[in-house]
Design a protein. Sequence first.
Length: 192
Amino acid sequence: MIKIAPKETGIHDLLRKRWSARSFSEAMIGDDELMNLFKAASWASSSMNEQPWRFVYAKRGSEVYEQILSTLMPGNAIWAGKAPILLAVFAKNSFDDGNVNLHAWHDVGAACTKLLLQGAELGIFGHQMGGFDREKAKNIFQYPGSLDIVSILALGYLGEADDLEEPFKSRELTPRTRKSPEEIAFTSFSDL
Ligand SMILES: Cc1cc2nc3c(=O)[nH]c(=O)nc-3n(C[C@H](O)[C@H](O)[C@H](O)COP(=O)(O)O)c2cc1C
């Protein structure tokens, strides 16, 4: 089940190949591949080249994996708990001089996209999640106040949609849709 975006979009093949899978095979991602993904993330642009992205990664079966999994909303945990790797994604919220970095989350999102695109090149799929309990994450992860938790990301090789329970199987099989350029790009502010 590959939900590649249609060729008619005219966008780059790598962009077409990235999509948010829910069905993962049991195969573990190798350490070299994982580091390659983080390297891709690190080559994102960022305000003042601050590189505010931070990741905690965990392999299935580890204590940290269970900690990350325990923060997910049930509708995410049910499928994400089969992914070989879970990441907790953080943003360093201020510069070293103490000034707030207003672009930190923006830049972390950009880095995640690079990570996912590099994954697409390697046949590794990812699924970003905002559906987790932030308060629980704060208590369990005990991360420094200089960081914000942004998202949780499941990573792995593609599994079979048939292995998913409903409604996730149907969601996995539903075609992806997008707004048209005319709906998101304008030539005047009053059209927004
Ligand atoms: C910040 C963020 C949070 C998301 N949270 C969830 C989530 O909690 N659960 C989920 O199933 N998908 C989540 N998604 C995935 C989106 O639903 C998905 O990206 C969107 O439907 C477009 O599909 P595509 O990524 O396959 O192109 C999230 C994506 C992003 C970027």
